[in-house]
Design a protein around this ligand. Structure first.
Ligand code: NAD
Length: 394
């Protein structure tokens, strides 16, 4: 079977690279951007880091900042309407995964409406291939991170049906990415931890996925080594530049890895938690990661063992069986070190959790992600795993 390798046409990576944003637009003949960001990044002034280099080049960008964390179809509706009414020639997604995903989805929906391919985000949900988009997206991540700057995915919540939809296809792949770790110094501790575990999950799932390939493997292993060595430092020392730089690079490589391979069971089970209980994406991944990893260990022991060695939980002297066990234990310990709350600690009521188990399991299976897992679970096993996670996940 062939592997499908995709990535943005241009990626500018390094401290201060956002200052070169106008040059990136110029390379593609673009000059009328709509910057999609979030209200906090406007209030805090961080968005100026993106606007100033444009202004210096004579480009006055419009800004759409009515985005929400874990973007919804209603926000995309409003954003797409704005796109259709304006004379823009590109979108700049500036922020964490939420604004970047919003920009991608706005482009897909506006194009779908213009061509009659679809009128609601739901029309582009997997297994539909969202390959067509209108305006190109330039992604500038400010968290490390979702890797969305390098992926062919966007995740949008269907507010009517209470479902986090995965939208996949070339239409969601940015034209270019500017990856500047200096934008991440202000990320608060909780978000540093959650987004860092998100990227670790991307790399690990890409590596153990049934759709892994030699290219995604190189990216996933490199990402795991960077994240494993630096996540705790970035969490404890927000101003530590080498740790922030390594995390940004690791998150990007993890994105490249899973967009050329896939995510798996953790992500399949994570999206329903986010949709039901408004748990941020990285945090719901973190809650699940140790238990779901333990569930799959025997089905891909060699791969899990190699992951453990790259993250730094095991070494070369450990036999595969030992190293794989160390992975699950190490992930549980990492959660403790990063003060990751479990569902009860996050404030979810047990009765509410139990009442959603069947629906969450159905949604997890319907997303397709669990079928990429080394051990493919039944619905009953997914329900049982959600119960394990509730009970403490160790
Ligand atoms: P986010 O974009 O929702 O941001 C979280 C919070 O961090 C916000 O309040 C934001 O204002 C703040 N923030 C962002 N950058 C900051 C900075 N530099 N300094 C201070 N505060 C900052 O969080 P996220 O975890 O980056 O993105 C989550 C979203 O990404 C979810 O919707 C998830 O489903 C999606 N996602 C997408 C992909 C993909 O491939 N498209 C992959 C993984 C996750």
């Amino acid at each position: 079977m062939s592997a499908t390798i995709v990535s943005p046409r241009l990626m500018l990576v390094g401290g201060g690279s956002v200052k070169e944003l106008a040059g990136v637009l110029a390379k593609f003949g673009l000059s009328r951007p709509l910057v999609v960001t979030d209200p906090y990044l406007v209030r805090s002034g961080l968005v100026r880091r993106c606007l100033e280099p444009l202004e210096a080049a004579g480009i006055n960008a419009a800004v759409f900042s009515d985005t929400v964390p874990e973007p919804t179809d209603t926000v995309i509706d409003a954003g797409a309407a704005l796109l259709q009414a304006g004379l823009y020639d590109c979108l700049i997604g500036f922020g964490g995964g939420s604004p970047i995903d919003t920009a991608k989805a706005m482009s897909i929906l506006a194009h779908g409406r213009a061509t009659g391919a679809g009128s609601h985000m739901r029309d582009f949900k997997t297994p539909v291939q969202a390959d067509a988009a209108g305006l190109p997206v330039i992604a500038i991540p400010t968290t490390a991170g979702t890797g969305s700057e390098a992926t062919r995915f966007t995740v949008i919540t269907d507010t009517e049906r209470g479902e986090k939809m995965l939208i996949a296809g070339m239409g969601a792949l940015p034209l270019a990415a500017v990856v500047d770790y200096e934008l991440t110094f202000t990320v608060p501790k909780r978000i540093t931890a959650d987004t860092g575990v998100d990227s670790l999950t991307h790399a690990l799932e890409a590596y153990v996925s049934k759709r892994a390939n030699p290219y995604s493997d190189t990216q996933a292993l490199a990402a795991m080594a960077l994240i494993g060595a630096n996540l705790r430092t970035a969490y404890a020392e927000p101003d530590n530049a080498p740790a922030r730089e390594a995390m940004m690079l690791g998150a990007m490589q993890a994105g490249i890895a899973f967009t050329s391979s896939s995510v798996a069971l953790v992500h399949g089970m994570s999206r329903p938690i986010g949709a039901a209980f408004h748990v941020p994406h990285g945090l719901s991944n973190a809650m699940l990661l140790p238990a779901i990893t333990r569930f799959g260990l025997e089905a891909a022991q060699g791969r899990y063992a190699e992951a453990a060695r790259h993250i730094g939980f095991a070494d070369r002297a450990d036999a595969d069986a030992i190293a794989a066990e160390k992975l699950a234990d190490g992930l549980a310990q990492l959660n403790q070190d990063l003060d990751v709350p479990m569902p009860g600690g996050f404030g979810i009521e047990k009765a509410a959790w139990d009442a959603r188990l069947e629906l969450m399991a159905d949604q997890a299976l319907a997303s397709g992600s669990p079928s990429n897992n080394p051990r493919v679970p039944s619905k009953a096993e997914i329900v049982a795993l959600y119960r394990v996670v509730w009970s403490g996940n160790r």
